[in-house]
Structure formats: structure tokens, C-alpha cells
Design a protein around this ligand. Structure first.
Ligand code: NAP
Length: 245
């Protein structure tokens, strides 16, 4: 089995890899910007890993990056976990940061996943895990740029999953709520907050065909988040815009 984690230092991505309990013969490729931190992430997994350079915003290089990986064998599993959360005020003060967030959280996923997906489609098998978010359901005034990137990624993943339907390639769309970790450090936890480990366990269960995510193309973590998402969609906009959190 060949597994690629895009965003090789991602806490959620690494938790998914740990929860998968891959066999010793599985090849794990951690792709990211900083080889030293990727090596460190590999050590935390307690298994040999291959480290490769990958920059989500360097979209011109993505086809060549994917071709190089696929030359050694088309991966069986891609976990797309790159992402940044730049506070809204900073994005408003420096609009280049907003562009970087859009490229990292959306554009770079589209280019890399289309290239991997095409290789998997040709082979007739493979799985792509996409990290969306509860933020995709209804962006708030506090996170309109981040929320829009996740909504766009979520929409792409659903459409692309339909395009790959019947080819042997599966897309698993994961919608976690607030995950306590590096990305959300210093932020007030939202209702139904979860942990990278819980997201990892839910994804591993869905991929193994166990539990609530069995055979599904979308999972929420925690699963009760789907109820909150429904309520969020129903709140009238004049009320929605006054909500503090
Ligand atoms: N944490 C949450 O509350 C939460 C909730 C729902 C969804 N999500 C989503 O889940 C995914 C993983 O989040 P996480 O909590 O695991 O965050 P994380 O630990 O901060 O991981 C983010 C990853 O993205 C990588 N990255 C950022 N910019 C990159 C670039 N230009 N090129 C390559 N890699 C880049 C980071 O690499 P570096 O080490 O180089 O920075 C890191 O590996 C993200 O898509 C996030 O939006 C998170």
C-alpha cells in the first residue's frame, strides 16, 4: 500500500495515518514544505517514511510532482490535509494573505487532486480523503475567507467524487468541527469541539468500512455535528450576522 499525506506535518493527517495502523510493508510519503519538520513528523509515527517537497501554492509544479510520485507507483491513498487559517482581520489588512489562504486551502488541492485522481482513474482504484470543515456549511463574518475556501473545496470534492463514481476511485469528504490543535491554538473552542485523534479514528473507521462512516462518501466529526449544521443553515441571516461565535 502506498499512502501520500499532502501536508505531511498536519496534526489531523498524522492522526489519520496513526489510526489506520498501516502494515510494515506500507509506504508512507509525507509531502510538505520543510524536510526537517517532515522528518520529525515521520518519527512521531514510529515508522519509516519518505519525505518529499510539496508546496500547495506552487500549482505550476503540481502535475510534475504527481508524475514523479506516480512513477514509483500510483498511490492507493491520498490524504489532502494542507491548510492554513489566517485570522480574518489579518486577511483584511493584507489581502495577499487572503490570496495565499485561497491558494493553499482550495486551488492547490484542486490541481494536486485532479492530477492524482487521473492517475488513479487510469489504474481503476484508489482513495482520496479531503479535509473540509463545518466552516464550509455557512461562512461567518469572522471567517468569510477561510469559510469560503472550505466551501469551495467541499463543492469541488463532491463534484469530483461524482465524476470518479464507478471508476474504482473513492473520495471520502471529511467535515470536522472545531479541532483542538495547532491550527486553532488560542481560539475559544466551539460547541462539539473534537481532537485530531478522534478525527483520525473516524476517518480510519470509514476507510475500513466500520462504524458510522461505513461506505459513506461524507463523514462529520463528531457525527452529531450534522444536526448542528442543519440548525446553522436554518438561522435567518439577520440573526446569523449578530452571533458572536
Ligand atoms: N484544526 C481544525 O479545527 C480543523 C477543522 C476542520 C478542518 N480542518 C482542516 O483540516 C486540515 C488539516 O488541519 P490541521 O488541524 O491538521 O492543521 P495543521 O496541523 O496546521 O496542518 C496544516 C498542514 O498544512 C501544511 N501547509 C500549509 N501551507 C502549505 C503549503 N503552502 N504547502 C504545503 N503544505 C502546507 C502545513 O505544513 P507546514 O508544516 O509547512 O506549515 C501542515 O502540514 C486543513 O485543511 C484544515 O483546514 C481543520
Amino acid at each position: 500500500m502506498r499512502v501520500v499525506l499532502l501536508g505531511g506535518t498536519s496534526e489531523i493527517g498524522l492522526a489519520i495515518l496513526s489510526a489506520l495502523r498501516l502494515g510494515a510493508d506500507a509506504e508512507v510519503i509525507l509531502a510538505g514544505r520543510d524536510p526537517q519538520r517532515l522528518e520529525g513528523a515521520g518519527k512521531s509515527l514510529n515508522r519509516p517514511v519518505t519525505v518529499v517537497r510539496y508546496d500547495a501554492v506552487d500549482t505550476d509544479a503540481h502535475q510534475a510532482f504527481v508524475d514523479e510520485i506516480c512513477a514509483g507507483g500510483v498511490p492507493d491513498l491520498i490524504i489532502a490535509a494542507t491548510g492554513i487559517l489566517i485570522p480574518q482581520e489579518r486577511a483584511e489588512q493584507d489581502v495577499r494573505l487572503a490570496a495565499t489562504m485561497i491558494e493553499t486551502n482550495f486551488t492547490g488541492h484542486v490541481t494536486a487532486l485532479l492530477a492524482f485522481g487521473e492517475a488513479m482513474r487510469r489504474r481503476g482504484s484508489g482513495t482520496i480523503v479531503v479535509l473540509s470543515s463545518i466552516a464550509a456549511v455557512r461562512p461567518r463574518k469572522f471567517n468569510s475567507v477561510y469559510g469560503a475556501t472550505k466551501a469551495a473545496l467541499d463543492a469541488f470534492a463532491r463534484g469530483y467524487a461524482d465524476s470518479l463514481h464507478g471508476t474504482g476511485v473513492r473520495v471520502l469528504l471529511v467535515r470536522p468541527g472545531f479541532v483542538k490543535g495547532r491550527m486553532t491554538e488560542g481560539m475559544q473552542a466551539a460547541p462539539l469541539a473534537t481532537t485530531p485523534e478522534k478525527v483520525g479514528a473516524a476517518v480510519a473507521g470509514a476507510l475500513r468500512g466500520q462504524g458510522r462512516g461505513d461506505g459513506k462518501s461524507v463523514i462529520w466529526v463528531p457525527s452529531s455535528l450534522v444536526g448542528l449544521a442543519t440548525v446553522m443553515k436554518l438561522i435567518p441571516r439577520p440573526v446569523w450576522r449578530t452571533l458572536k461565535n
